[in-house]
Every structure is written in structure tokens, then in C-alpha cells.
Design a binder for this molecule. Structure first.
Ligand code: 13P
Length: 253
């Protein structure tokens, strides 16, 4: 009942020319895959060019971050108005932003509110470190991140948010979570937390992605889990044939 959604997070990769070449190589095969929502999240500089290329197709465009104020003296930042000119989606709270750029649960919450106010669909990232996993506190940590991210947001708006469970130890390591672990966190932790806070109907509507070393070999099993509604794909989104294969693996059986 939830349409799977596959997003490519290109991170800090691809010049405009490289981005255009990558998109040109993927458009036709991706458009031919039905029943799956697809999103490209290029670096800011390449967003207008990518948006132009996918215009008129069902492929969506997302930013990888944004600030919450609409305008003003915030050197280096990008506002929701600017993102909304080109994008329908925006990734918020990626662990790399939390680790390297000082994102906190509070800034994540501010950004989610701003995204919703501007009609953007936030892709909200949560996930535990290896130390937290080894200490056995993954469930409580991730649940706390979900609660903090969504604090004060009305249930009807929560229903349209996309959550992304990305265990930090799985990002860029080639070591994805097992399908059982991904299902456990997406279902028994992320969706269960949303159910507790906002009710079953809202939780049933939220799409929850898994991210962390998703590739064409492991995508089908991960995406077949009932509570894994898609993927947030890093490395494998940078090569046309890899991303197309991952998206193909998401087609409901
Ligand atoms: P990788 O797919 O490269 O592990 O990256 C995952 C990620 O962080 C997507 O946001």
C-alpha cells in the first residue's frame, strides 16, 4: 500500500557536467520502471541542471540539506524558498551533517518544520553509531532521534514525511545491515515510535527507507521487508547501471 521510494544521495560528488551525464544515462531506464518513486539528490550546484533534465518525467529532485530561515544574513546557506524552486524533497539530518556540521536534534526539527511549511517532503535521517550498537542501545537511541525530530509536528504532516534509517556503521562501509535488522529498526522502532506518538493511521502512511551500503546485490532482500519502504542510496547512486538495478529491485513482486 506504500509506494516504495528510492533516493540517490550523491553527497559531495558530481560537477554539473558530470551530473548531467549521469542523469541522461538513467532517465529512460528509470522512467520505464513503474510502481517505484525515484529521486535524485545532487549537490546544490547541480540541482537546476538536473531539475531541467527530469522535467516532465516522474523522477523527483531533492536537496541534501537546507537552512530553515527564508532569507537573510546567513552566509553560505540555502533557504527553503530556494530549494522549493527546483525540488520536491529535502534530506534532513543526515549523519554526515550531524557529525561534521553540527546538526542537532533541534536544528533537524527546525529544518523539518521549515520544509513542511514550504511544501517540501523531508527525508529525515536517523541511525546509531557502532559504539551504540555494541552497547545495545540502538533501539532507544533511534527512537529518541525520531521523537526529537518530529516534536511538535501535527500528525497529518508527519504522515507525509519520509524517514530514513541509516546505521552509521553501514554507510560507505560495504557492510549493510541484514534485512532482519533493517526490518526490526524500521518496523519495531521507527514505525512503532511514530505509532506511539501520532497513532496507527499516521504511522501506516509514513514511508521508511533503509540506507547504508545498499547495492544491486542486497537491495531486493532489504526492500522486500514489509517495513522497509525504499532506500537512501549513496555510493550505488553514482553509477547509472547500479542505481537503475537498485530501483529495479524495489519493484513490488
Ligand atoms: P552508501 O550507500 O554509500 O553507504 O551511503 C548511504 C547514505 O549515507 C545515503 O544517504
Amino acid at each position: 500500500m506504500r509506494t516504495p521510494i528510492l533516493a540517490g544521495n550523491w553527497k559531495m560528488n558530481k560537477t554539473v557536467a558530470e551530473a548531467e551525464a549521469l542523469v541522461r544515462a538513467m532517465i529512460d531506464p528509470l522512467v520505464a520502471i513503474e510502481g517505484v518513486d525515484k529521486v535524485f539528490c545532487p549537490p546544490f550546484m547541480a540541482i537546476p541542471a538536473v531539475a531541467r533534465l527530469v522535467e516532465g518525467t516522474p523522477i523527483g529532485v531533492g536537496a541534501q540539506d537546507m537552512y530553515w530561515e527564508e532569507s537573510g544574513a546567513y552566509t553560505g546557506e540555502i533557504s527553503p524558498l530556494m530549494v522549493a524552486e527546483f525540488c520536491r524533497y529535502v534530506i534532513i539530518g543526515h549523519s554526515e551533517r550531524r557529525e561534521h556540521f553540527g546538526e542537532t536534534d533541534e536544528t533537524v526539527n527546525n529544518k523539518i518544520r521549515a520544509a513542511l511549511q514550504h511544501g517540501l517532503v523531508p527525508i529525515v535521517c536517523v541511525g546509531e553509531t557502532l559504539e551504540q550498537r555494541d552497547a545495545g542501545i540502538t533501539d532507544a537511541w533511534v527512537s529518541g532521534q525520531v521523537e526529537a525530530a518530529l516534536r511538535g509536528i501535527p500528525a497529518e504532516q508527519v504522515a507525509g514525511i519520509i524517514m530514513a534509517y541509516e546505521p552509521i556503521w553501514a554507510i560507505g562501509t560495504g557492510r549493510a545491515a541484514t534485512a532482519a535488522d533493517a526490518e526490526h529498526i524500521c518496523g519495531n522502532v521507527v514505525r512503532a515510535t511514530i505509532t506511539r506518538l501520532f497513532g496507527q493511521t499516521t504511522a501506516d502512511a509514513v514511508r521508511i527507507q533503509y540506507g547504508g551500503s545498499v547495492n544491486s546485490a542486497n537491495a531486493a532482500e532489504l526492500l522486500a521487508q514489509p517495513n522497509v519502504d525504499g532506500g537512501l542510496v549513496g555510493g550505488a547512486s553514482l553509477k547509472a547501471e547500479d542505481f537503475v538495478a537498485v530501483v529495479r529491485a524495489a519493484v513490488p513482486a
